[in-house]
Design a protein around this ligand. Structure first.
Ligand SMILES: [Zn+2]
Ligand SMILES: [Zn+2]
Length: 163
């Protein structure tokens, strides 16, 4: 479902509204156990006399296991993206320009790339997540375990030997 923009490119002052709901079933393949809700995409493409600009908000939730304790954790994301569109790559030095060769924008793929970049590298259920006990695997957010040996700091181990 490409967004047809040929008319917009030749009509300064015109605009095209964007209101879509994209489902990316294949995103799960990208990351480890990643689940992404349908993405609500709302915005517009405007031609402000030569400059064609796409502005949209992507609204969605995603879920994957916490990096530390592996608990399935959902986060919501609401983010504005702005792109400049052009029919040809006149300024080859500007990577920010999206070239729409035949006037049809593949919005589905663009939003997909945008939101993938937006997913944080670090995914924690909470900033204070205690993670799992390295010995028994107990989720330390839910309670302590009986393991005596804590994760030993190598510097402390040397100190122990000296004493
Ligand atoms: Zn956690
Ligand atoms: Zn333990």
């Amino acid at each position: 479902m490409p967004l047809e923009l040929s008319d917009l490119f030749v009509a300064p002052g015109s605009r095209v509204a964007v209101d879509e709901r994209f489902v990316y079933d294949d995103l799960s393949a990208e990351g480890e156990n990643l689940t992404v809700s349908p993405v609500a995409v709302k915005g517009q493409v405007t031609n402000t006399g030569g400059l064609v600009e796409l502005t949209y908000t992507a609204d969605f939730t995603y879920s994957k296991p916490c990096d530390r304790c592996l608990k399935e954790t959902e986060k919501s994301v609401c983010r504005v993206f702005v792109h400049t569109l052009a029919l040809s790559a006149e300024h080859e030095d500007s990577d920010d320009i999206i070239v729409v060769t035949d006037g049809a924008l593949d919005l589905f793929s663009l939003v997909r790339d945008d939101i993938l970049l937006e997913l944080p590298v670090r995914h924690l259920c909470s900033e204070n997540c205690l993670g799992l006990c390295p010995q028994c695997g107990q989720n330390l957010n839910e309670g302590r375990c009986d393991c005596k040996t804590q994760a030993v700091d190598p510097r402390m181990a040397i100190l122990d030997e000296l004493l």
